[in-house]
Design a protein around this ligand. Structure first.
Ligand SMILES: *Cc1c(COP(=O)(O)O)cnc(C)c1O
Length: 384
């Protein structure tokens, strides 16, 4: 079989074997509806409650603070739209960062169209917000601060604990999109003072189409999805039992293996070796960065061409984010960290899993070095 090196784990992951084992029974014999009274139904119900406890454990939460949803995107929509609705009597001002995932960014754009006011904090070259800026932006009518735990394109880990402290001191709800952070770095909702926190199954070894939202006890968010009253009336729709079991098993497994020292070592070797390519630069924070994300820009390179040539060698990577590639606009994240358009076009993200070997790293370094050099030879704008 042809060699396949999958370095796009920030886009989606393989279903981990613990997750697959956890979910299969609910696709085979234990297919009951969790709302039914007979035993295959009760089995399914119990599986959901076990999963809820596992997810709560992994995040330092109580089981009753975890709600399962249909995706990370849905969790972000629910948190923001419903908290905005809940608190509109207090104010309509929301603070966010310039590097949020579109699931937050576009939800806030929608809220803006309804009359909410959004302050978007700029970020430094490393992708960090300024806590002073954040403090200064809080007003008496501020209701939500939504800032991600870690960024999906450049791997920067943001100071969630400090952000949470500022939110708490000002009586503002703190929502954080932890889709990339969960299972990659330790997360404790109490330590970071989160009021709402989003995770997604398929970014951590679960399946696509299932997510969860942590909602701190005492906060009664109006539901986003109305119907039969599942998830204690907060998120209707017959539960994705298998997907929920997979998410919980995958997260529990990943958290049991923290810190991801081995993956971080491989990431660092990739970074050291690839920065030997002339006119290359690391994007994101060199220190506070996710263990699995190595991200770069290469001058005078067109990202799409680079991806196609890497694909030819069996290497799966991404440029910008999966959602924005295919469009000609460079990613908003790369522009926010101050990269000029033409440089942002030559971006590359390599996101690792524990399947990657040292051999794979050598192979990727060799092939990528060749690819960049070949593309530059063909480029009219490249001068040695
Ligand atoms: C992938 C991702 C999402 C969306 O999650 P889905 O489950 O794919 O909807 C949200 N935020 C971040 C940071 C992500 O990486």
């Amino acid at each position: 079989m042809e060699r396949l090196i999958y370095l796009d784990n920030a886009a989606t992951t393989r279903v981990s074997s613990v997750a697959l084992d956890a979910m299969l029974p609910f696709l085979k014999d234990r297919y009951g509806n969790p709302s039914s009274v007979y035993s295959v139904g009760r089995d399914a119900k119990k599986a959901i409650e076990d999963a809820r406890s596992k997810v709560a454990n992994a995040l330092g939460a109580e089981p009753e603070e975890i709600y399962f949803t249909g995706s990370g995107t849905e969790s972000n929509n629910w948190a923001l739209k419903s908290a905005a609705e809940l608190l509109k009597g207090k104010g309509k001002h929301i603070i966010t960062s310039a590097i949020e995932h579109p699931a937050v960014q576009n939800t806030l754009k929608y809220l803006e169209s309804l009359g909410y006011e959004i302050t978007t904090l700029a970020v430094s070259q490393n992708g960090q917000i300024s806590l002073t800026d954040l403090e200064r932006s809080v007003r008496s009518d501020t209701i939500i601060i939504s800032i991600m735990t870690a960024n999906n394109e450049i791997g920067t880990i943001l100071p969630a604990a400090e952000i949470g402290k500022i939110a708490k001191a000002n009586g503002v709800l703190f929502h954080t999109d932890a889709v990339q952070a969960a299972g990659s770095i330790p997360i404790d909702v109490g330590e970071i003072n989160a009021d709402m926190l989003t995770i997604s199954g398929h970014k951590l070894g679960g399946i696509k189409g299932v997510g969860a939202l942590y909602i701190k006890k005492g906060i009664k968010l109006p539901p986003l999805i109305h119907g039969g009253g599942q998830e204690r009336g907060e998120r209707s729709g017959t539960e994705n039992v298998a997907g929920i079991a997979a998410l919980a098993a995958a997260l529990e497994y990943k958290v049991s293996r923290l810190p991801l020292t081995d993956i971080a070592k491989k990431r660092d070797r990739l970074i050291t070796e690839l920065l030997k390519i002339p006119k290359s630069a690391l994007t994101g924070d060199p220190i506070n960065r996710l263990p699995g994300i190595a991200s770069f820009v290469f001058e005078a390179i067109e990202g799409e061409s680079m991806l196609l040539m890497l694909d030819h060698f069996g290497i799966c990577a991404s440029s910008g984010s999966a959602c924005s590639s295919g469009s000609l606009d460079p990613s908003h994240v790369l522009l926010a960290i101050g990269l000029p358009h033409e440089i942002a076009h030559g971006s590359l993200r390599l996101s690792l899993s524990d399947e990657i070997t040292d051999d794979d790293i050598d192979y990727v370094v060799e092939k990528l070095t060749d690819v960049v050099s070949k593309l530059r030879k063909m480029s009219p704008v490249w001068h040695e």
